[in-house]
Design a protein around this ligand. Structure first.
Ligand code: ADP
Ligand code: MG
Length: 319
């Protein structure tokens, strides 16, 4: 099977929202009036972002999910994406699994594949997503104010726990491993929550490299600090009730684990009831885990009122 047959068979579908989709030199798309484009790209490399044994369906899902998570973090509504694929060989079973996982999530989120590039080489999946926000309503990292509450969506730390199990540094009961693994391989982008926080959240980011690092980006951009309730953070681990996770591992996974694809955001305390109602409406739990401070430091408060040393490092590809 050649390159064009492959695209035709696994990726081309009738254009829906796009004026011109796959098959011409460019895709053509008319943005809605009074909106700005939000664009983001994320690449997944075998051995670095996923294991060679990953199910292709899960890989298709995750490659798009991590990109949609960036749009959600800005409060943007997804519309379209480009897919650049480097494949060692044409493996039809692999391609059908991959495209099924990809399109299942794309359809669920109303995001249309409008083009891409296909080449032979080491397995590598790069996606560029495009969305829209009403003009000047994107939620940026730079808007946090002293006195704002700090919130996190969903659960944290389970993806990292699964990675540690794959690496053999921890041995988990089977049911705990399966749950953690599904968090690592099938993250759910928080699109509905992100979009509904427009006009409420003062700053937002998605958690891909670890909570402390990603919160750190907000603090730096907003020139503020934060006091974080570590006990509240620890309760965010989904697998916590099913397994007696050692305390130091639990803290490391939750605070700096990475691969969570949840949202961390800040908001004025007046918005608390409204935010909890939105969380309910979106079916995405939201937990208040701290407060923004004028003092530009990040304090980790223990449940006994002490301050924990911050020795946690978040993920950096070149560190
Ligand atoms: P060009 O030679 O101009 O770069 P290609 O021949 O690579 O274009 O691609 C032909 C068409 O197929 C283009 O519309 C391109 O966007 C689309 N395409 C290529 N690879 C993919 C892919 N993996 N997924 C979706 N569309 C693709
Ligand atoms: Mg090309």
């Amino acid at each position: 099977m050649g390159e064009f047959e492959l695209i035709e068979r696994f990726f081309k579908r009738a254009a829906r929202q796009a004026d011109v989709g796959i098959g011409d030199d460019c895709a053509i798309w008319t943005p809605s009036r009074g909106h700005q484009l939000a664009i983001s790209t994320d690449m997944l490399v075998e051995g670095r972002h996923f294991l060679s044994t990953v199910n292709p369906r899960d890989l298709g899902h995750k490659a798009l999910a991590v990109n949609l998570s960036d749009l959600a973090a800005c409060g943007a509504t997804p519309h379209a994406f480009l897919l650049s694929l480097s494949l060692p060989r044409v493996d039809e079973d692999w391609l059908s699994g991959f495209s099924e996982g990809l399109f299942a999530l794309a359809d669920a989120q109303g995001c249309e594949l409008i083009g891409g590039d296909t080449t032979q080489g080491p397995l590598n999946v790069s996606i560029t997503v495009m969305g829209e926000v009403p003009a000047h309503q994107a939620i940026l990292r730079s808007g946090a104010q002293a006195g704002d509450d700090v919130y996190v969506s969903g659960h944290l730390g389970d993806a990292r726990l699964a990675l540690e199990a794959f690496r053999g540094t921890v041995s988990l009961p089977q049911s705990v491993f399966e749950l953690a693994r599904s968090r690592m391989e099938r993250p759910q982008p928080r699109t509905a929550l992100g979009v509904s926080l427009r006009g409420l959240a003062s700053a937002m980011a998605d958690i891909s490299d670890g909570f402390l690092g990603d919160l750190g980006h907000i603090l730096k951009a907003s020139r503020v600090g934060a006091a974080i309730d570590v006990a509240a953070m620890q309760r965010l681990m989904l697998t916590r009730d099913a397994w007696a996770c050692p305390q130091d591992l639990l803290q490391r996974c939750v605070l700096s684990g990475g691969d969570d694809y949840e949202l961390v955001f800040t908001a004025h305390p007046d918005h608390q009831q409204h935010i909890l109602a939105l969380s309910e409406a979106c079916g995405t739990p939201v937990t208040r885990i701290g407060r923004i401070t004028a003092d530009p430091h990040l304090l980790l408060l223990s449940e006994y009122g002490g301050v924990l040393p911050n020795t946690f490092t978040s993920f950096d590809h070149f560190a």
